[in-house]
Every structure is written in structure tokens, then in C-alpha cells.
Write a new protein. Sequence first.
Length: 239
Amino acid sequence: MLAWCFSKINGGLSIQNAASRPSFPTSIYFSRINPSSAEISCVTEVSSAADSLLTVRILNKRFDHLVILWHLSREIRMDQSMLGNNGNVSVLFVCMGNICRSPTAEGVFRYFVNEAGLGEKITVDSAGTHAYHVGEPPDRRAMAAAERRGMPLAGLKARRVVDDDFERFDYIIAMDEDNLMRLKEQSTDEYRDKISLFLSFSVDAETEVPDPYYGGSAGFERVLDLVEKASRGLLETLS
């Protein structure tokens, strides 16, 4: 876990690596932050000890200070992992049963990844915190809604999150607070900072992707709307 220190400089926010280890970036500077919403509205440059520049792209996201700290530490470590691991990143989407929201997220995000030509660099999967539907395909309504948008979910099968997933995946992304809590309970301390809410990557104010299982087709369309926006934000973070 990296440690960071906050300080204000010229109306902005400077965040420095408290450990000052030579192999890590030593400072981050944000030129403009809205004090009422803590909205990061710029692209930042991160200086490394080797005098090379890494770029951390965090655009139009709203966090409180604790979440800013979390996301920055994840961003820096992910940049280092990508630089040192041939650019490969792995993402796991998680909901409760892995038949509605998380397979939709898997299919939509994989579509955007492939469209960006990053299919060989970014591994995408999904799973559920419960074993209700293991081995089953996605809900037919989720498949129909995704198919209408040209993002098919065919071939996906539900599975449950296993302990090895926490080591295997770089990003473990929950659809809602309940599954976020369950993932953190199942994980060990060393992997909990990999776990986040999907909509933290979206510009929308919502924090959760609602479960459409007990509703009608409109609920699945709403899930797709939220998933598409968050997928674009996640891809911007990784690319």
C-alpha cells in the first residue's frame, strides 16, 4: 500500500508519496478542484524519480478526500503494473447472481475494449457473490437488451467469485454497495483496495447499478445506460 500526503499549493492540491521510494512517482499536482464537490477537472502529470513523465487521466469524477486518496493510489500502482507487465490489465465485474448486471457489464466493457483495439491488453470477466445461478446464461431480458445495442452476451455463463479472483484481477468492480461489502468481507486486507463501485467511473451522480431482475424491460435498458457510461470512464482510466 502506498502512503500519500495532502497539501494545498496555489489553490490546487498536491499529493506526495510519503515513502519517497525512488521507484515510485514522487508527486501529483491538480491545477483545479471544485471545493464544493471535489471534482477533479484536469489531466495531471506525475513526476517520477527518473525524470520521466507518467500521465494519470482522471476526468470529471466526484470523490470525497478519502476516495480521492484511494483512487490515486490505485491509479499510480496500476500505471506501474501496466508499464512493468507488458501493458496487461484484468477486470472482474461482480453482482449478486451473475446473470443480469455483471454479465451486462462484462459484455459492454469488452465491446468498448475491442473497439479501442485493446482486446489483447485488457482481460474482462464477471462473477457473482452468490451461487444461485452457477452455469446458467445471462437473463434472457439482459441478453435481448444488449443484443439490441449490438453488444451480445452470448456464451457467458454465471459463476461465483472465488478467493483466487482477488489475486488474479487488478480491478474488482461491484455493481452496488451490498456486493461491495460482500467482496470486502471475502477478501483479505492486501486485496481490498482493488475493490470499487462501478459507477465511481461514471460522470453520473448515481452510485449503484440497480438490480433489474424483478422489474420489466425498462430496468434492463436503464442498466445498459449506466453500464455504458461507466465502461467509457473505466476504459479512459485504463488507457
